[in-house]
Design a protein around this ligand. Structure first.
Ligand code: HAM
Length: 404
């Protein structure tokens, strides 16, 4: 709604400025993609793919899906357009709506918006730290406090299987006392058990084997380097060995930013490394890392924080009575807008009294009154709305008389 859009514009503008200052360039991808793209990238056993996709058939019977996230579409678009060249880092950002058929609740919507970044072409942990630093500076510029960065490693295809075996072994003896969802997860995606919020399950999850004790030397070294860089940047973070992401494409270091100001849906940002996705989607092997921020969740925090988002004020409102005066009003609107002065007019043929009420409602700084008298004198009455003072000015000199 118009009253709320100021804060949306503020978030989007701040995101653009932050990302562009870090040399990310905008990419815009279609709202829908072939269903197969998401099934292959996000993972066929994930909640998103099994339960949450808006999937439909087009007129030729092809299966399409409203994008539930933007990483896979960005990879697809980059592969198709040959954007990734060896030994070159490509940095992209996006802003737009995503769709997930989730149970709606505070902070969880079926159409929601993300701003996010993806960086392709480097497997060096310095770019993991860069990505996290960009997220943190976005939150700083938005004036958000009390956010916590959680980081973890989910390992790579070389070391994850042995960690999953450990998890299966550990949970195998306890699964009888755990929830039905976890029973399914044990079979298809044991890592997701770590994400279960059920109290009975939590008792066991808290003591489960930690990934950092099982991942391979390379994943561990990369994680430790990212940690070292973050410390060097003086970014506060916590290592959270229960952090798992809801998408299967991640490899190695992953992270989330959590707010203390939200309820159950407290993640404002999620991301990490996904070094195999480009190749899996038909490109050359290209390491990658990125994140996405949930805009609705940011706005929820901003609303609660009483931070004033200055809304734009109209400069000039024109109250012109009669056909000739309306004509002059239209001409003035063109002139003023050409000079960058925001202006509007009462477009209803009615009395001066009614027009002045409209001028009040518009909250403009100045009102220009034009009636038969003024037309004769080639003048307008310039009223400063704050103190009600009025003076006559020549119609040709209006712009110069406005102290904006
Ligand atoms: P994700 O964790 O699924 O990651 O979503 C990122 C953020 O989007 C969440 O932290 C949350 O703020 C917001 N979000 C997710 N679902 C909803 C919803 N139903 N309603 C409101 N907000 C929601 C991804 O989407 C990955 N593509 C992030 C990424 C980019 N990883 C690497 N690059």
């Amino acid at each position: 709604m118009p009253d709320a859009s100021g804060v949306w514009q503020f978030v989007e503008k701040t995101a653009r400025e932050t990302f562009e200052a870090a040399n990310f360039r905008e990419i815009r991808t279609p709202i829908f993609e072939s269903t197969d793209l998401f099934a292959r990238s996000i993972g066929s056993t994930t909640d998103i793919v099994t339960k949450e996709m808006y999937t439909f058939q087009d007129r030729k019977g092809r299966s399409l899906t409203l994008r539930p996230e933007e990483t896979a579409p960005v990879v697809r678009a980059c592969v198709e357009n040959n954007l990734m060249v060896p030994d070159n880092v490509v940095k992209l950002y996006y802003i737009g709506p995503m769709f997930r058929y989730e149970r709606p609740q505070a902070g969880r919507y079926r159409q929601f918006h993300q701003v996010g970044v993806e960086a392709f072409g480097s497997d060096d942990p310095s770019i993991d730290a860069e990505i996290i630093a960009v997220a943190v500076s976005l939150f700083e510029k938005l004036g958000l406090e009390n956010l916590r960065v959680n980081i973890n490693s989910v390992g790579c295809p070389d070391c994850r299987p042995s960690y999953l075996e450990e998890l299966k072994k550990y949970f195998g003896s306890k699964i009888g006392e755990m929830c039905d969802e976890c029973k399914k997860r044990l079979e298809f995606n044991p890592l997701r058990i770590l994400d279960c919020k059920n109290e009975a399950c939590q008792k066991y999850i808290s003591k489960a084997p930690a990934p950092l004790d099982y991942i391979c030397g390379k994943c561990k070294a990369d994680f430790e380097k990212a940690v070292k860089y973050l410390k060097g940047l003086k970014i506060d973070f916590e290592i959270n060995n229960r952090l798992v992401r809801g998408l299967d494409y991640y490899t190695g270091t992953t992270f989330e930013v959590i707010s203390g100001k939200l309820g159950a849906q407290n993640a404002v940002c999620g991301g990490g490394r996904y070094d195999n996705l480009v190749e899996e989607l038909g490109g050359r092997k290209t390491p990658a890392v990125g994140f996405a921020v949930g805009v609705e969740r940011i706005i929820e925090i901003l609303k609660g924080s009483n931070k004033l988002i200055p809304s734009k004020k109209l400069d000039v409102f024109i109250a012109a009575v009669g056909e000739e005066a309306m004509g002059e009003g239209l001409r003035l609107l063109r002139e003023l807008r050409g000079l960058g002065v925001s202006s509007d007019m009462d477009f209803i043929d009615r009395s001066l009294k009614a027009k002045m009420k409209a001028a009040d409602r518009s909250k403009a700084k100045f009102t220009l009154i034009i009636g038969d008298e003024e037309i004769k004198k080639n003048a307008v009455i310039l009223r400063t709305m704050e103190d009600g003072s009025q003076r006559e000015v020549s119609i040709d000199k209006v712009a110069g008389e406005l102290s904006l």
